[in-house]
Design a protein around this ligand. Structure first.
Ligand code: UDX
Length: 433
């Protein structure tokens, strides 16, 4: 008979919370997952997810008898001692992390319990120390999450590393958390709380820096006739640099990079330190989202009344997440130039409809391209590479593609009659037609 595993509590069932809940259930733990939204809890209890994440719905359903979804904090506190806090920490208008949801959770916890609070939400360094001061009887462990949307299930099961931050007095709690992750066999780093908090922020800020760096290199490549794909390949062969996160494009988005880069910059600023580099990383990313507009103008001249089709809206493929997606800025800029914008995303149309003003949403890529003066590839969904581009050219008013992710095969596109522009490649443009 298998041994009974320690129950796990999860507070906040968003992307991170649901993956954590399903992941520990998969490892054999009974899980109680609590969210304040009754509709979400009811849907999850029926095995229905409100987001697109490959493999996650199957994992939730497979472990349905081990996971209880509830709105009741009391039920959670009764059933589990190890509590993962997974509520979101969105940016405030000032760019600092909004900790109100974390504080709301803390306010609901008994001051004299023996629970172990395991912080997965990304919080500014120093937050754990202050929570620990407010709740001296509880144990506190920082355990930042590094999962990527689109591959979240695989990332839970096979993490690059597990970081466990605890301060003196909480060694037992840290060992309990290490025990939960032990079956995954991942490299585990045990450190103090503030360092664990900084590891998360610094990792995301560094990855965002890599992207802004390669995007600036791409912009220079266009000026000097180099190809950023070749440049990135050559750079990536240096082990010290590494090949990943050197894909030039129209900027990073999502629920983590924009908010965490800004939160780290603000955290530094609040201590009186000006984090110069991150200021530029953010600015480069903002400008990068708009570069497509200039490329279209170089081909089409004025964009007034031009019909521009956006292929892809989500901040990256394999997700329907629209948070900080480059498509939002790009659509607004194109409309600002007088263009008519039509768009298609394989899974994010519904979410996008709530955010995009006056953008026509099509049911397929070919429908979006009907009568368009240009197509812009915004999100590198596999189906766009497989598209019948000859049929697309026949439907469009002008066969022009701006590939914002350097995803399509330029040779194939040109053979189908297209003018093709990528990012960080030699420009094709002559005079605007
Ligand atoms: C990121 C981190 O990778 C993850 O560790 C953390 O837990 C949360 O934030 P995620 O937001 O899911 O994960 O997406 P990721 O795959 O990292 O991509 C972020 C953005 O960067 C996307 O918009 C993507 O298109 C862009 N990107 C990524 C590039 O523009 N170029 C690259 O080379 C890589």
């Amino acid at each position: 008979m298998s041994e009974r595993r320690e129950p796990v509590g999860v507070i906040g069932v968003g992307w991170v919370g649901l993956v954590t809940a399903a992941g520990f259930a998969e490892l054999g733990h009974p899980v109680i997952a609590r969210d304040i939204l009754p509709d979400k809890v009811a849907a999850l209890s029926r095995g229905e997810l409100q987001m697109h994440e490959p493999g996650l719905a199957e994992m939730v359903r497979r472990n349905a008898e081990r996971i209880t979804f509830t709105t009741e904090m009391a039920e959670l506190l009764e059933g589990a001692r190890l509590l993962f806090v997974c509520v979101d920490t969105p940016p405030t208008y000032s760019g600092d992390a909004d900790l109100s949801r974390v504080r709301a959770v803390i306010d609901e916890l008994p001051a004299d319990g023996d629970q172990v609070l395991i912080m997965k939400s990304t919080v500014p360094a120093g937050t754990g120390e202050s929570i620990r001061r407010d709740l001296p009887r509880l144990s506190y462990v920082s355990c930042p999450e590094f999962l990527k949307e689109g591959t979240a299930v695989a990332d839970f099961m096979n993490p690059d590393r597990v970081v466990i931050g605890a301060n003196p007095g909480d060694e037992e709690a840290a060992a309990a958390v290490a025990g939960l992750y032990a079956p995954l066999g991942a490299e585990t780093l045990q450190t103090d709380v503030a360092s664990a908090e900084m590891i998360k922020l610094a990792s995301n800020a560094f990855l965002a820096t890599k992207i802004s760096f390669i995007n600036e290199i791409a912009n220079v490549c266009e000026e000097v006739g180099a190809d950023v794909g070749e440049v990135a390949r050559g750079m990536g062969l240096d082990e010290r640099i590494g090949a990943s996160f050197l894909r030039a494009g129209i900027g990073y988005g999502g629920s983590c990079f924009p908010k965490d880069v800004s939160a780290l910059k603000m955290l530094a600023g609040n201590t009186g330190y000006h984090f110069q580099l991150l200021t530029s990383v953010i600015e480069v990313n903002e400008l990068q989202k708009r570069r497509v507009v200039g490329k279209l103008q170089a081909h089409l001249g004025s964009l007034i009344d031009k019909r521009v089709a956006l292929l892809g809206l989500a901040f990256k493929p394999d997700t329907d997440d629209m948070r900080e997606a480059s498509s939002l800025v790009l659509a607004a800029r194109l409309q600002g130039e007088g263009a008519e914008v039509v768009a298609y995303d394989p899974v994010a149309n519904a979410r996008a409809a709530e955010l995009l003003d006056s953008v026509e949403l099509a049911e397929s890529a070919l429908e979006a391209l009907e009568g368009a003066d240009a197509a812009v590839l915004v999100t590198e969904w596999g189906e766009f590479a497989e598209l019948d581009w000859a049929a697309a050219a026949a439907r469009m008013a002008r066969p022009l593609v701006v590939d914002g992710r350097n995803f399509l095969d330029p040779g194939k596109l040109r053979a189908a009659g297209f003018a093709y522009e990528g990012i960080g490649k030699k420009q094709e443009i002559g005079a605007p037609s």
